[in-house]
Design a binder for this molecule. Structure first.
Ligand SMILES: [Mg+2]
Length: 214
């Protein structure tokens, strides 16, 4: 969540610029306000479990982010958090599965499908890349999400505010897919920073999510 807040703060102007082309120019500001609120909330008291962290962050996003992004990202995190349950530690595979649950909930809430030029065009490829690697390779998820966001450029928006523009939405990268790719990148960054737990025989491998259960 800290890496996400950092990434959103760093790229807020770019998100707003993208949203000014096909939206209402508020995506960067909204996302920054929301993730700073999450950072503050988690800084006051760190919830006891990973699931509780995600649920707390999701609730905060719903209450602080305007537009559609708050409920959508909030739903993603809350549903993912709920899927993790009360486990004190979760594996990469469990987190990957929980993210898929959260992303499916976003798709249901927004009624969007792949190719509608929404955040899902970054999130679906990310979870597919995770699934292809057995739920381990967050770096591959990052690459897939970034590519998915870039591939929204030639699409015509069929959901959200940008859809009001019809064909004029073509030729612009979707702000929601862009912020979604940023969040996946932050996740990959955080994953790289995690020290894998060494196995009892010391064979736990470093980085890349190829070993260890944490
Ligand atoms: Mg907007």
């Amino acid at each position: 969540m800290t890496a996400a807040a950092d990434a959103v703060a760093r790229e807020a102007d770019r998100l707003t610029e993208l949203d000014s082309a096909i939206g209402d120019s508020d995506h960067g500001g909204n996302m920054r306000r929301g993730f700073e609120a999450v950072r503050e909330e988690l800084g006051e008291e760190v919830p006891a479990t990973p699931g509780a962290v995600l649920m707390t962050a999701g609730r905060k996003l719903v209450s602080t982010v305007g537009g559609a992004s708050g409920p959508l990202y909030g739903t993603l995190l809350r549903r993912a958090g709920k899927a993790l349950g009360s486990a004190e530690r979760v594996s990469r595979e469990e987190l990957a599965g929980a993210l898929r649950t959260g992303i499916d909930a976003v798709a249901q809430l927004g009624g969007a499908v792949a190719g509608d030029k929404t955040m899902l065009d970054a999130l679906f490829p990310a979870v597919e890349a995770l699934a292809d690697s057995g739920g381990k390779d967050f770096e591959a998820a990052r690459t897939a999400a970034e590519q998915g966001a870039e591939e929204t450029v030639p699409l015509q928006a069929r959901k959200g505010r940008a859809s009001y523009l019809g064909e004029r939405s073509i030729g612009h990268q979707d702000p929601g897919a862009t912020s979604a790719a940023l969040l996946v990148a932050a996740l990959a960054e955080a994953d790289t920073a995690v020290e894998p737990e060494g196995d009892a025989d010391g064979t736990g491998s470093a980085q890349g999510g190829s070993g260890g259960s944490e």
